[in-house]
Design a protein around this ligand. Sequence first.
Ligand code: SF4
Length: 78
Amino acid sequence: TYVIAQPCVDVLDKACIEECPVDCIYEGGRMLYIHPDECVDCGACEPVCPVEAIYYEDDLPSEWSDFYKANVEFFDEL
Ligand code: SF4
């Protein structure tokens, strides 16, 4: 799955939402989140993010590794 990290916080540009073919990017509070089970790993969202907040899970910078869990848990709580 792709993961949205720290740079999205308080930005929520939403260009990624337009790009996602399966509509699996959701708004929640201060950032956007990618549903890990709905994401088809197409990568379309990554280059359109103006703040480079989106990463493939294995490429997530280590300082933002907590965001993998943050994206998963956002949907667990719904
Ligand atoms: Fe949507 Fe593709 Fe981005 Fe996954 S990788 S969130 S399916 S645009």
